[in-house]
Design a protein around this ligand. Structure first.
Ligand code: NAD
Ligand code: G6P
Ligand code: MN
Length: 436
């Protein structure tokens, strides 16, 4: 099999080692000759380059070349797969997405609520630029995108580059399945899960276990009612136990944990520290640690230097790439244009549904019509996200204000406008101009 060239866009991300670890483990299905790290931040990219080279050396992969660059032509020419995970504005801007809404008593979060919308308006431009580079230098390559906020990005890319070879993917569904299986004593490899919704905004309706030969949804729902969840990464415990809380109120389906921000914004605002949010936790944790590891490698410190928590994030994206390459027709939850997958939701919504991946790309399955509760929630969210993308393409303040007002974490148009106006100032270097 031809050895593949993989480019990681946002190479300096602390998620890169987990992805590369999965690539190394996946050499039988996704053989690789070259890994390229592409990033606009030379320091972060150089640090990651040292770490990845060190990983490869330690694990005996001297046959795989590693390169790092900020030059798109070098990064993408002849690449087979682009794994995209850029964070426009970095963690400094994530901190603002989280803290500005909180100042107004609203949910401040990376991808949900107004923080997610601010991040969306910031990310569309650079992501479209990235897709343009790939179109120019590697038009046959597949882009597997993790960059958030996924639905907004996906909606913008769909408009500008219809038919693009790009798959948008989120690790949350696989993360939820992994956690449920481990906590409640199942083997996830036996699961065929049915889930529908928007990204970070959906529900499991069925989980068929191949070895048990039954739908285990009823028993999972029962366990969620009573049995606490413990995550390997304890900073996720609250999110998973919010799934339990939601099941206690709405016992028919298993919700994505991110729905807590729409259903219980009050609880989140009470819990959050407006002076120290998730961005601060990451800066003081994962980011600092990664920098320290690179320093140790640079200074040739002996002993165990690498200390990462990988989870399922890297494995999931590598599995998708392998499914494309080997025509595996494997099932994943993917973020796609609806086109009837959810028959009673607008066809041009960007949804997250089960889909099979093979040589020709993604084939989403057709689900049954959904009930009014979920449909109503989703329709409002789809409309808000579409208005936000309209605001980007039309440079429209009015559309942005409509999007902010319609967001379901926002109680009234007064506060929507206040947050929008403050976000415009905070994002001056990133947002398109919004004309009144
Ligand atoms: P990070 O800030 O640690 O790393 C992102 C890297 O992207 C940085 O090194 C930055 O310099 C680089 N970058 C920014 N703009 C760029 C551009 N225009 N071109 C090239 N590189 C650029 O962020 P992170 O926490 O590692 O997250 C990375 C991204 O992945 C974020 O968008 C995050 O939301 C997303 N993410 C998504 C999922 C998912 O399930 N979809 C899971 C994890 C992370
Ligand atoms: C999950 C979500 C991602 C999100 C990430 C944030 O993986 O699916 O969309 O970006 O969590 O994790 P962090 O540790 O950066 O807060
Ligand atoms: Mn996600």
């Amino acid at each position: 099999m031809k050895k593949q060239i993989i480019t990681v866009a946002g190479g300096g991300s602390t998620y890169t080692p987990g992805i590369i670890q999965a690539v190394l483990h996946g050499q039988n299905r996704l053989p690789v000759s070259e890994i390229r790290l592409y990033d606009i931040d030379a320091t972060r990219n150089e640090n990651m380059y040292l770490i990845i080279q060190y990983m490869l050396e330690q694990q005996g992969f001297s046959n795989i070349q590693v390169k790092q660059t900020a030059n798109p032509e070098e990064a993408f020419t002849n690449a087979d797969f682009i794994f995209s995970q850029i964070r426009v504005g970095g963690l400094t801007m994530r901190e603002k997405d989280e803290k500005i809404p909180l100042k107004y008593g609203l949910v401040g979060q990376e991808t949900c609520g107004l923080g997610g919308f601010a991040y969306g308006l910031r990310s569309i431009g650079p992501l479209l630029e990235l897709v343009g580079f790939v179109q120019k230098y590697a038009p046959e390559a597949w882009i597997l995108n993790y960059t958030n906020p996924e639905t907004i990005i996906s909606e913008a890319v769909r408009r500008q580059y219809p038919g693009i070879r790009m798959i948008n993917v989120c690790d949350m569904t696989i993360g939820i399945e992994d956690t449920l299986a481990k906590n409640y004593g199942y083997d996830r490899d036996n699961w065929i899960a049915t889930y529908y919704g928007l990204n970070h905004f959906g529900w499991y309706t069925k989980i068929y276990d191949k070895s048990l030969k039954r739908d285990i949804m009823p028993e999972l729902l029962e366990k969620l009612q009573t049995q606490e969840i413990k995550e390997e990464d304890p900073s996720w415990n609250r999110a998973f136990n919010m799934i339990r809380f939601m099941v206690q109120q709405f016992p028919d389906n298993i919700p994505n944990n991110y729905l807590e921000y729409y259903f219980y914004p009050d609880m989140y605002v009470n819990y959050a520290d407006p002076n120290y949010t998730r961005a601060n936790t990451i800066m003081d944790g994962r980011e600092r640690k990664t920098h320290e590891m690179a320093e140790k490698i640079r200074n040739k410190v002996e002993g165990d230097i690498l200390d990462f928590y990988f989870g399922v994030h890297g494995v999931y994206i590598v599995d998708i790439a392998a499914a494309l390459l080997n025509d595996e027709k494997k099932r994943f939850m993917l973020i796609v244009e609806n086109k009837g997958a959810i028959p009673n939701l607008r066809a041009d919504a960007v949804v997250e549904v089960p889909a099979y991946v093979g040589a020709t790309g993604v084939e989403a399955i057709r689900l049954s019509a959904i009930g009014d509760f979920h449909k109503g929630l989703m329709e409002a969210q789809v409309a808000a996200e579409k208005l936000l993308v309209d605001a980007y393409f039309e440079n429209s303040y009015q559309k942005a204000l409509q999007a902010f007002t319609l967001n379901q974490t926002v109680p009234n148009a007064t506060v929507a406008k206040q947050v929008l106006d403050e976000m415009i100032k905070a994002n001056e270097a990133y947002w398109p101009e919004l004309n009144k």
